[in-house]
Design a binder for this molecule. Sequence first.
Ligand code: NAP
Length: 502
Amino acid sequence: MNQLHDAVIVGAGFGGMGAAIELLRQGYDDLVILEREDDLGGTWHVNRYPGLAVDIPSSTYSYSFEPNPHWSRLFAPGAELKKYAEHVADKYDLRRRMRFGTVVTRAVWDEDTSTWAVHLESGEVVRGRFLLTATGFLSQPRLPDIAGIDDFRGTVVHTTRWDDDVELTGKRIGIIGTGATAVQLIPELAKVADHLTVYQRTPIYVSPKLDGPVPGLVRGAFAKVPLTQRATRLVGTSILEVMMVAGVLHFRDLPWANALGKRVCEAHLRRQVRDPELRAKLTPDYDFGCKRPTFSNTYYPTFTQPHVDLETTSIDHVDAGGIVTADGRRTDLDVLVLATGFNLWDTNFPAIQVIGREGRDLRKWWREHRFSAYEGITVPKFPNFLSLNSPYSYSGLSYFTTIESQMAHMGRLLTAMRERDAAGFEVTEEANTAFLDRMTGLLGNSVFNAGSCATARSYYFNQHGEAVLLRPTSTVSAYREATRFPLDDYTYLPKEVAALPV
Ligand code: NAP
């Protein structure tokens, strides 16, 4: 017989764990968290490449209700994030609710029983009253479609499938990609490689990183007087908020704020790279903020080392021994690192097939209509479904601001549902359309629409060239709306759940 859970959550990263914590607070105890990997932590379990660290200050990258006084650095290394995820899972008793190595293929709303049937690759069906997908934005690795890559006789490794056994010391290493991942990895590879060739298609804005160890005294103060850490977090969050709101979202009104971000990065590059030709190659030709900028003090200087080459001629093909560029030059390689990022718009949104009422298939609906989700979390004709990685859901620069807004939305919605003695909820088409129209209007002011982003090749943009990933409001307003949205933007399902199939 199919056991009916209160909720099925897909994904055991920080998003899925936050959702589980909120459900527990709301009194839903019977949760199952399905995870395709063999352990919890999402991004922080999957990514293990050398140099991995959080790319915004650690004080802002945690649940506000579960501060971690133990971060060793201002930008904590990846292993500490994984440890923090484990701590949260244990403290909130989530681990026993998790099933690892469990691949979900699709989820279907069963109109007869008003439940979600979640189908696993194994053939098993898990049922829940609520379905929550927390499958991440950056969870489907992008393997580049480069001719001949399968012929390469050396080792090929994608950054999300890092293999510690791959020998790097003294090797000729090629790395494709110069996104935030590569910015962390390239200086580490340069330390051990005999020769490193970096294949760059689009340069990235890099700003100085105010990093360093957190002194024991400060960590002690954070542990003993949590208010001190909360104040530090507030400062960090405010800086990120100003960067995002003034520099990116209000581009049209405040072009100087955006220009300031650009100038900080350009000055950083000028200070670290003297050679004008190399500097020109590393200088982006799109506006600041079109794609996610990053922080590093070691990235630019790496290219000034004699054994490191920056290759900007496009790749023609890979052969058994290395990479051949479009001008016919060949570089012999032992190891090829793919720092080529993630595919968001073909394989994600949603990451699994989700079929709602009247057979509405979310994947098709989003592609045939426009990408939309009310407050970045619910979709019409998908009752009792919370899609945590939706269009317009990502708010601010720390993922935790998004997670906590969504937890607040869940809390308000589930409370309203219970107050009406209802069995479920569904957002109305009108509310969804009004939200989409409002977000589209706000985007007009942002760098994505008003700036020059054509050459950025940013994953913020979907296949139609629309920047529908980030919510174009401040995080403060996102949180406020999560706690105050009109309750009649939803309809509430009557309590007449039919018997479950056996
Ligand atoms: P990304 O930003 O998408 O960068 C992928 C890189 O690969 C780009 O430079 C891209 O060039 C290049 N590329 C892809 N396909 C290619 C091809 N066929 N030929 C040549 N170049 C190709 O991915 P990412 O660096 O993994 O970073 C993704 C996001 O992860 C970041 O924005 C950040 O939000 C997050 N991140 C976070 C952390 C952290 O917190 N610790 C660390 C790393 C990453 P084009 O730009 O020309 O397409």
